[in-house]
Design a protein around this ligand. Sequence first.
Ligand code: ATP
Length: 237
Amino acid sequence: MASFRSSAFSLFNQRQPARMAEEDSVVVIGLGRFGSALALELMESGTEVLGIDGDEEIVQAHNRLLTHVVRADSTKEETLRQLSVPEFSSVVVAIGGDIQANILTASLLLKLGIPNIWAKAVSEPHGEILRQLGVNHVIYPEKDMGKRVAHLVRGVMQDYIDIGEDFALVKTAPPREILGLPLSQTKVRTVHGVTVTAYHRQGQGWSYTTMETVIEEGDIILVAGSTERVESFSRLR
Ligand code: ATP
């Protein structure tokens, strides 16, 4: 990492970081698989992204895909200042393999007073250090994805999102017992302790449910509730 140029970075876009910072935009540091997917998804949803990576090839690969992409070493305070990073309110540290660079970058961002810092942790001790430093959002992409896939593998769910504090959102096929009746009559909430929040119907897309909604065979439902309750509900056939 010491070989990264800290001042002579490459600029691949007309928009300057300082101008971007005035808007609702995000800095993503480290454009590996996780950082890149995150940055592209942010762009897709209309958020401007300043991507920073120390690897020239990676920077080239993101040319024109992000609002602005720069080759630079994020462990250098001067570099972060030159890139106007202190002007941004949200920064993601997506460096994983180099824990030292990850921690150094996060501590510099804290020093620069960035209000919202998301930092990727590769292990519990690593996450603990980031939390102790004061990082407000510590994320564990591999661990979270592993947990999510475990729920999918075990059940018949099509998707599973752990909201935290024992609450989850599940996309699944509806059990037979709720088909053909208004939801108010199915007693899903009292009997199973879950709420059917939305449903997908062929040709109609997704809609919110009401008490009058009648779920039909072939629909897909979105169910919210405690992790245990949504899991057992999704196993009903
Ligand atoms: P992933 O699993 O998301 O692919 P990873 O966890 O293996 O990534 P790394 O490959 O170590 O993480 O880092 C992700 C990116 O961060 C790489 O493209 C790397 O060039 C970049 N990077 C690492 N250290 C720095 C640094 N000090 N400054 C800028 N970019 C860096």
